[in-house]
Design a protein around this ligand. Structure first.
Ligand SMILES: [Zn+2]
Length: 147
């Protein structure tokens, strides 16, 4: 009984998070970004050394094979946007990690002809006092704090 309630609570909390576009953490402890307009596809960003790895996940947060999908990555500000080299792997995409405090802007396409979905996140590496995670992976940040 308790397990069922917990599962329900988690499901409710997850849907709330999605609705408010708060920080969502994926199955591998990475940051979830939306790669669709209807929550059917997500990207999960994890850091491996000096690189970001982006896995593509379906609506149930299960890995999706990367075949036709494309990803473009940009960092920097509006005056001097900088394109990042993206390497496609079987499990997703790899690109150099952006500098701490900078934005990562991604444009994901289901296939080269599809409409691009834009997702972005601030790579804020300062530690959250409450959950001791870096802010970009903060599990407790209220949406009101977002810029
Ligand atoms: Zn936190």
């Amino acid at each position: 009984m308790k397990t069922k309630l917990t599962t329900l609570a988690v499901a409710l909390l997850t849907s709330l998070t999605l609705a408010h576009e708060g920080v969502e953490i994926g199955p591998n402890g990475g940051r979830i970004l939306e790669f669709s307009k209807n929550e059917t596809l997500h990207g999960e960003i994890t850091v491996q050394g000096d690189s970001f790895h982006i896995a593509v996940l379906d609506k149930d947060m299960k890995p999706v094979a990367v075949t036709e999908q494309t990803l473009t990555a940009i960092t920097g500000d509006r005056e001097s946007p900088q394109k990042l080299p993206v390497t496609k792997t079987e499990k997703g995409f790899t690109l150099p990690a952006v500098k701490a405090g900078e934005w990562l802007i991604l444009q994901f396409k289901l296939d080269p002809k599809a409409k691009a979905i834009t997702a972005r996140m601030e790579y804020n590496t300062s530690e959250c006092e409450a959950c001791k995670s870096p802010e970009w992976l903060c599990k407790c940040k209220p949406e009101a704090e977002k810029k």
